[in-house]
Design a binder for this molecule. Structure first.
Ligand code: ADP
Ligand code: MG
Length: 442
C-alpha cells in the first residue's frame, strides 16, 4: 500500500463485500478519490444528488472500511464536480425530433470543438454535412480512436441540423441500440415499425457502428435502410473506432458503399491543439490554471481528449473545494495514474492486467494464475494481446509475466484475435484497454 490509490482499492474491496453488487456499482465504485488531507479522504462525484445519497446512506460503511484497511478512523468528504458528469453525459439511446437533447449534449457544438491538424478534415466535412445535408458528402464516415471527438462532432452535426431545420426528422442512434431494436423486431417478425422509423428520417446519425454485430439479417436490414435513405438523398453519418477496411462487422457491400462516400479520420491532437483544448475547458469551467500546469497536462496526456477533459474537471473540483490555486505537484499526482509514458514497462504491464481484469470482473491474480476457467483464460489472452500492442516487449518477454513460453503467448494472442472478431464486446474491451495505455504513437 504505497499510495492513496492503493488504499482506496483495498477499501473498495472491503465495501464490495458489505453491500450488494448493484449498490456497490451504483454508489460506491463511482467515487473518485482526489486526495487525503487532514485525516480526511476527499472524493469527487458528478452530482449533488449522488453526493447526498452516498453521504446519508453509505458514508458509515465507507468509513468503517477505511478503518479496517488503515487501522484508524478517518473522515470522508465529497465534492460535486461542477461540470457535466459522465452519467448525465451518457448519450441517449436514440434522439429524434420529439425528444430534446440533454443539457450536456447541447454543448457538443462546432463552436466548442477545437480544430487542429489532427481533426481539421473531419471538422470541415462535418460542418459541410450539417450545412448541406444529403448533397455534399454522403455518406460520411468519421473514424478515430476512443476519446478523440467522434461523438462530439456527430452531435455538433445534430445540433446544427436541428437549428437550421427544426421540422426535419433527425435521428441519432448508437450502433448498439440500432441493432438491439432491430433484433427485437426481427424476433417478433415485425419490422414495419422499424422501417417506418428509420426509412422516413431526413438524416440518420449512427454512433459507434462497430457495435453492430455480425449477423446476416441485421446486416441485410441495415443495408436496406442505408440504400433507401441514400436513394432518397437523405444524409447518413456514421462513426466508428476502426477504419472501414478493418470493419469486419460490415459486409462487403456496405464497406464498399462507405468507401464511396467520404471517410474522415481523427488522429490524436498535437501538443498545440491539446493546449488549446485545455484552455477552452478551463474557460468553460471558469478556472485559470498556471501555464506550467497547462503544459504538464498537454505534455502528459496525448491520446485521449476525454482524459484531458477529465483531468481539468478534477482539478477544477479541487480548486473550488480548497483554494483557487493548484500546483504542478498536485497535478502530477492527479495524472500519474492515467499516463503511462516514462513508466517502466513492468508497471504498464501490471496496469494493463488490472485494467483487463476489471473489465472481465476477475482479479489480476486470477489472470496470473493457472486457472483455466473460460472467462479468466480469455482475460489472460486479451492481456497478452494488449501488451503486445502497447509495449515493445517480445513474445518471450511477455511470457515471463505469465509464466508461459513464447509459443504459448503467440497462440494466446491468436486466440484473443479470433474471439475479438467473433464478439464485439471482447473487441470493445481490447480497444478500450489499448486506448487507455497506448503511447507508442506519440
Ligand atoms: P469519441 O466519441 O471519439 O470517443 P467524444 O466525442 O466523446 O469522443 O469526446 C470525448 C470528450 O472530449 C468529449 O467531452 C468532447 O467534448 C471532448 N473533445 C474531443 N475532441 C475535442 C476537441 N477537438 N475540442 C474540444 N473538445 C473535444
Ligand atoms: Mg463516442
Amino acid at each position: 500500500m504505497d499510495t492513496i490509490a492503493d488504499v482506496w482499492k483495498e477499501v473498495l474491496a472491503v465495501c464490495s463485500k458489505k453491500v450488494s453488487e448493484p449498490i456497490y456499482k451504483m454508489w460506491i465504485a463511482p467515487l473518485e478519490l482526489v486526495k487525503f488531507e487532514k485525516n480526511t479522504f476527499i472524493f469527487v462525484i458528478g452530482s449533488e444528488f449522488k453526493k447526498s445519497i452516498i453521504m446519508d446512506q453509505f458514508s458509515g460503511i465507507i468509513k468503517d472500511a477505511f478503518e479496517e484497511v488503515m487501522g484508524f478512523p478517518v473522515e470522508i468528504d465529497i465534492f460535486v464536480n461542477g461540470a457535466v458528469t459522465q452519467e448525465e453525459e451518457k448519450k441517449p439511446e436514440t434522439t429524434d425530433a420529439k425528444s430534446d437533447l440533454g443539457g450536456g449534449l447541447r454543448q457538443y457544438t462546432f463552436d466548442n470543438f477545437i480544430v487542429g491538424k489532427s481533426n481539421n478534415f473531419a471538422y470541415n466535412v462535418s460542418l459541410g454535412v450539417a450545412e448541406h445535408p444529403g448533397s455534399l458528402y454522403n455518406p460520411l464516415l468519421i473514424y478515430g480512436r476512443s476519446g478523440l471527438g467522434k461523438t462530439h462532432l456527430l452531435f455538433a452535426i445534430y445540433n446544427r441540423l436541428k437549428e437550421n431545420n427544426p421540422d426535419k426528422v433527425i435521428i441519432y442512434v448508437t450502433g448498439e441500440s440500432f441493432m438491439n431494436e432491430l433484433v427485437v423486431d426481427l424476433k417478433n417478425h415485425n419490422t414495419i415499425a422499424f422501417h417506418e422509423k428509420y426509412r422516413n428520417v431526413d438524416a440518420l446519425l449512427v454512433d459507434d457502428i462497430q457495435f453492430i454485430q455480425r449477423g446476416a439479417s441485421v446486416q441485410e436490414e441495415f443495408f436496406h435502410t442505408f440504400n433507401a435513405l441514400e436513394q432518397a438523398g437523405k444524409q447518413i453519418v456514421i462513426t466508428s473506432d476502426v477504419p472501414p477496411r478493418e470493419m469486419e462487422i460490415l459486409d462487403e457491400r456496405l464497406r464498399t458503399r462507405f468507401e464511396m462516400g467520404i471517410i474522415a479520420d481523427i488522429q490524436p491532437p498535437d501538443i498545440d491543439t491539446r493546449k488549446a483544448i485545455i484552455l477552452r475547458k478551463c474557460e468553460q469551467l471558469d478556472i485559470t490554471l498556471p501555464d506550467a500546469v497547462v503544459d504538464l497536462i498537454a505534455q502528459k496526456i496525448k491520446n485521449n481528449v476525454r482524459q484531458i477533459e477529465g483531468t481539468v474537471k478534477k482539478i477544477s473540483a479541487m480548486m473550488n473545494a480548497y483554494s483557487r490555486t493548484v500546483t504542478v505537484e498536485q497535478v502530477q499526482d492527479i495524472i500519474k495514474d492515467i499516463t503511462t509514458d516514462n513508466q517502466p514497462t513492468a508497471v504498464v504491464v501490471k496496469k494493463i492486467i488490472e485494467f483487463v481484469a476489471k473489465s472481465f470482473g476477475v482479479t489480476a491474480n486470477d489472470i496470473l494464475s493457472d486457472n483455466r476457467q473460460s472467462n479468466i483464460a480469455l482475460a489472460r489472452q486479451l492481456c497478452m494481446y494488449v501488451i503486445k500492442e502497447v509495449t515493445d516487449l517480445k513474445l518471450n518477454e511477455i511470457g515471463k509475466y505469465f509464466n508461459k513460453n513464447h509459443s504459448t503467448v503467440l497462440h494466446s494472442i491468436a486466440q484473443a484475435k479470433e474471439k475479438m472478431d467473433k464478439n464485439p464486446s471482447v473487441k470493445a474491451a481490447a480497444v478500450s484497454a489499448i486506448n487507455e495505455f497506448q503511447t507508442k504513437n506519440n
